[in-house]
Design a protein. Sequence first.
Length: 474
Amino acid sequence: MFNQEGSTARRFIYSAVFWLIVPITYGLLLALHLWKPDLIFPWLNPLHLSFGRLRPMHVNTAAFGWLSMAQLGVMFYIVPRLTGTRLYSERLGNWTVVIWNIAILLGNITLALGMTQGREYAEFIWPIDIGVMLLLAMAGYNLFRTVGRRREKQLYVSLWYFLGTFTWFPVIYFIGNVMWVTPFNAPPGALWGGALMGVNDAIVNWFYGHNVVGLWFTTLGIGAMYYLVPKLTGNPLYSHRLSLIGFWTIAFTYIWTGTHHLVWGPVPRWTQMLAITFSVMMIIPVWTVIWNFVKTMEGKWNLILDSVPLRFLALGSITYFLVCLQGPLQSLRSVSLTTHFTNWVPGHAHLALLATFSYVAFAAIYEFLPRLVGRPVYSKALMDWHFWLVFIGFLFFFTGFTVGGLVQGISWNLQIPFLDVVKSIEPWILVRAVGAVLMFSGLYIFGYNVLRTAMKPQPQSQTTPMPAVAGGAQ
């Protein structure tokens, strides 16, 4: 079972879908709590699941349970097909899945018990961080060994993105979680390691918080997109050279942008200006990706009407463009003066992770899972319901965050009393809660569709072969 071809990708995808159901349930509770605080949490208070505990459980499970495992499953499906060889070790890959699930489970338990480093996106305690570093080493070793014995000499751009991710991100994770500070040498009050003092901690935290998006989720997601667009359209990639320009510019520009979250904060002015400059420069890699996709789609836009995976992928490309316009915009000092500390910022984060790269993951799972299990997706109608509920739900959700955030920021600049501002954004919190209910429904439909697709035993003879693939038309 652990040596079966494609089993690593399949089990990563199954695990990801399970962990998607967990954080969207957390998220719905949080959205309803913000709308009507007395509605939900009297039931959860006996369990000590306060908002302050439930939110990091939601964020970390969504990021490292759902999206990370989905993207790794997609990567381990794509890599053998671009290298013309089997995955180096399905056994190692499956053990990576097992240990990853254990790490996410322990992360949920410890966060529910209040055991946290108290740093955004880096709340997991030090022992779990050690496990994550081990998992990155296991997955990266499998990736590099597979590419090292490839039969296809040309490295297609997706492989560049995957290899780059596992070159950069272990270093980013180690630095961002301050892993040289252990529970045994942590500052007073920091029981679980991973803490510096004051402003230094904030700078390191946002170095990590921004780069976990840009050099983990983004690079894995774009690598998948570069495979999927030619695959779903039947057109060769418009420009391999342009795609590599995008790869190298994102590697150079993204790593310096994190401090734009601290604009107007007590950090050196030069670090703010450096972050703003490189944030604006992000338009270069973004434009290479979007232009490549638009030109590759030429003559095939009509396929969106019938293909749910391509519809998700096209929508993900649009939201990727939007999130990468919104990011440089909010980094500007004049804009940050209004948007900082408001609902605008989590709305921006959800546009990247819940929209862009989750949409890419949905497209990939719908396209790859039938090939991994040897039969079509259980219900095309449920795929459509999933798309429309998530699409419409996210429009409500994002509008509530963004408009509510602008109302907050403008009101604060006008020095309107804080409690009056809280009351003024209640309608937008309701809009956000309505969006959360719609997305919750759509994502449960997605989970059910995947479950029904996976229910019957896989006929091994029906697994898709892994030929060598060259050029852009996968």
